[in-house]
Design a protein around this ligand. Sequence first.
Ligand code: NAD
Length: 491
Amino acid sequence: PTERSSLIMLFGATGDLATRKLYPAIFNLYKKGNIKDHFAVLGTSRYRFDDDKFRETVKKSVSEESNDKKLIDSFIQHFFFVTHDVTDLDHYSALKDKADELDKKFKLGGNRIFYVSMAPNFFGIVAKNLKSQGLLTTGNGFNRLVIEKPFGRDYESAEELNNALSASFEEDQIYRIDHYLGKEMIQNIEAIRFGNTIFEALWNNRYIDNIQVTLAENLGVEERAGYYDNSGALRDMVQNHIMQIVSLLAMEQPVAFKDTDIRAEKVKALRSLRVYNVAEASTNFVRGQYGAAVDGSSKEYRKEDGVPADSNNETYVAGKLLFDNYRWSGVPFYIRTGKKLADKFTRVDVVFKKPLVDIFSFPQDGNTLLSPNVLTIHIEPEQGFSLVVNAKNSEQGFHTEPVNLDFFENSQRTQATPQPYERLIHDVLKGDGTNFASWPEVASAWKFVDQVRRVWDIQQPMFPNYIPGSMGPIAADELLARDHREWVYKL
Ligand code: NAD
């Protein structure tokens, strides 16, 4: 691997995300040689830590990644800590001095990554102060800003945030994290589509009947109730992850497999997504909130710790998306996501049209009708594809039956797959923005989602409306039944 060099200045270095995900990710890059001698992590937060205490934290957080004590010890020598309140301008000069010192010590070439792993209300403040306090490199090195989610809570606040960031950073220096884009099988959508004639040639409204995207969780809100009750499934999952997956499925072939070309196509696709008026949003979207388990083994959402007893927050969303363009006109994209569903998985089902004429339908012989071909992309937990095709069964007479062509990564390879944060940090080091959300994408997604939100804000829902362990409210099945369709994955 090519060794990348940079300073990683991490804001929120003592937080949950940093300790659970970011240090293991950076360690794995180190283990594989993507970073080696010329990198340093400058952690900051309000904690009164010193380098040693910080290194202990990092050591603990990477302990499960390797048994090689020497490797871990050499890794943590690259970690430094400065106590710092991001809102206090006086604190930035110490940070700048330390950054300059580390740059010399590790020969970082002036490269700087600023990773803001803090509550979103700090994103803009940090970006502004980094520039005004002279922390951006002015030499030959790069400046890159990494921003966690959520990126706003509607179009207006997202635009405000974006304006704040772009006062200090150019769009191509901003890396908005959507960790779904770091997942192996999401990245595989492009490989499946553009690497295979048999799919891409059929990838349009002549041959595809509908596409379904499901992000199911089996847990409830757990400890995140405070945050979640102010956000809900539409903002938390649809605006970002689902819209990103949908745009990868819907986009035209990029000129080349590189970030600027791919982003351009995703933006184009999202711009042709039909933004609903009130009536359309109300018929094409379904929301849900989970009730208690029938056997009493789990509480309803409104009784969870930290959730108001009259909360109208949705823990489930299903919807129908339509693209007004030549490729997709008339093909619905059905999406759904929710908490406390039957299982935890993410999958995409591409349902092809049936042959126009079914010459095998001999009702007098009791033969069943042909099934549609369905390409399923299993994103997690298993990684793979399956394709349903019709074949003759081996019995006497002529009967067709659907058979499955499957490919699943074996569990060893699945386990060895780099975790999203490892991939994404590597991309930032390389300066590759492919797997990050660009501003025009984020903006289009908010404009779409805001219309749905607007309707929901004025209508009173009938909550709770689904039971834990199901696949959501009945209305989500009716959404498809109205179109004479059904969910491919059902209980
Ligand atoms: P956290 O509350 O655990 O950590 C916040 C960090 O910010 C702490 O280190 C804290 O000391 C520091 N901090 C707070 N105020 C400060 C100030 N004024 N000056 C300097 N430092 C200050 O939060 P988290 O869970 O690690 O989340 C960080 C970001 O990552 C958030 O944007 C969150 O939405 C996002 N995120 C988190 C997760 C997760 O699993 N935790 C998952 C996805 C996205």
